[in-house]
Design a binder for this molecule. Structure first.
Ligand code: GMT
Length: 379
């Protein structure tokens, strides 16, 4: 197939999933055309059968805001015709599904290019649910030729908010050989020079991720005698508040902010416990990546996280903001290495048995074939 994929190219879970999917599809012999404002971060090297089409935008003083959605739609239509795309697969509904539908409609006399929309989270639960975007998001769902969601939770949230239920759940996935334990790596020695245990958090440091809770957790763990350091991976609006709080709590020297990293698996591979205290997660891709690296997860019992983290088996779940319990759960692992290892092994076992790329990518291919089949029957 010739497949067009659009993602947000910056550091977000939806961009990672769309990029990794493109790579996996190309490895299976499909031609993949990424259409985006810049090269997605996970695609630093393009590789065989992977192409990139940059959305160019003219600026004009009359425009207070540049109409990216229209430039994207134009590029999608141009690429669809030039590359004979079989379908357009967009990740994150807003505005990608609307741009794709516009592109499809603008060229349909020549060629009908079905649109598949994958819902990732805040496109439904936060941004899409806002009155300013709700009607157009619902229209995007209704007009897509196929819709998938990354968790059962997200499918249910979409039904409740948009009264739309033609959704196939295709969960996120990991490559089992890329996400592995790497305790012998020099990075481990660098981050834990005195044999400290490493608590690792990975996010884009938006308020919804509650990265400040990680700082509170480390402070409590250290108060309880835990010999641990906190590694904060990523960047975003809450980072400076985290730095400030670490100073206030006198744990600045035990907290390392490493900023945005291209290779998250390096950090997860050396982690002892992963922290994800989010207010909302439709899936929690970072938790899955940690589990694949045999790292038990301390997370909140919200959204799709219970589909990814099994409480009492691959980690521990708590209510949002309950940093007391989360720090006690961290201490259980620090005080009992055997338990930490058992949880870690179980975490990788479950991650691989449920979410390996070899299982999930074929589900996308089957879904594409179903949508294409339905269109050719209907045509
Ligand atoms: O969080 C967002 O605003 C969107 C999105 C992203 O691009 O990072 O994150 C969502 O998609 C990820 C990949 O499917 C999920 O793992 C995240 O749980 C989800 N984030 C939220 O629901 C907050």
């Amino acid at each position: 197939m010739n497949i067009g994929i659009t993602v947000y190219p910056t550091y977000g879970g939806s961009g990672i999933v769309g990029s990794e999917l493109g790579r996996e599809l190309a490895a299976r012999g499909h031609n993949v055309h990424f259409i985006s404002s810049m090269l997605p971060t996970r695609l630093i090297e393009l590789g065989e059968r992977i192409h990139f089409h940059e959305v160019e935008m003219m600026t004009y003083p009359l425009f207070e805001h540049q109409p990216y959605d229209l430039a994207l739609a134009t590029k999608m239509a141009t690429v669809a015709r030039a590359e004979k795309l079989d379908l357009l697969h967009v990740h994150y509904a807003i505005p990608h599904s609307i741009s794709a539908i516009l592109a499809r409609e603008s060229i349909k006399q020549k060629r009908y290019v079905p649109v598949i929309t994958t819902l990732h989270g805040t496109d439904i639960t936060l941004v899409g649910a806002d009155r300013s975007y709700l009607p157009i998001t619902r229209y995007g769902l209704q007009q897509s030729d196929g819709v998938t969601a990354v968790s059962k939770f997200l499918k249910q949230a979409t039904i409740e908010t948009f009264d739309f239920d033609e959704i196939e759940v295709i969960p996120n996935f990991i490559c089992p050989t890329h996400y592995v334990r790497q305790t012998d790596s020099p990075l481990h020695k660098e981050l834990a020079p005195n044999g400290e245990k490493l608590l690792v958090h990975v996010s884009n440091f938006r308020a919804v991720k509650r990265p400040l809770d990680c700082i509170e957790i480390l402070a409590k763990v250290r108060e309880s005698g835990g010999n641990a350091r906190l590694i904060m991976v990523g960047d975003g609006p809450e980072r400076s508040a985290c730095v400030y709080r670490a100073e206030q709590l006198n744990i600045k020297d035990e907290t390392t902010f490493v900023g945005k990293q291209a290779n998250i698996s390096d950090y997860l591979g050396v982690a002892d416990v992963f922290l994800l205290p989010s207010e909302l997660e439709s899936f929690g891709l970072a938790a899955l990546e940690a589990e694949a690296c045999e790292v038990p997860v301390i997370a909140t019992r919200i959204g799709g996280i219970p589909e990814v983290v099994t409480d009492g088996e691959t980690g521990f779940l708590s209510d949002v903001g309950d940093v007391e319990k989360m720090s006690r759960d961290v201490m259980k692992f620090l005080n009992n290495e055997g338990m930490r290892l058992t949880f870690g092994k179980k975490a990788r076992e479950l991650a691989l048995s449920r979410y390996s790329s070899s299982m999930i990518v074929p589900q996308y291919i089957n879904f594409y074939e179903k949508v294409l089949g339905a269109k050719s029957v209907g045509a």
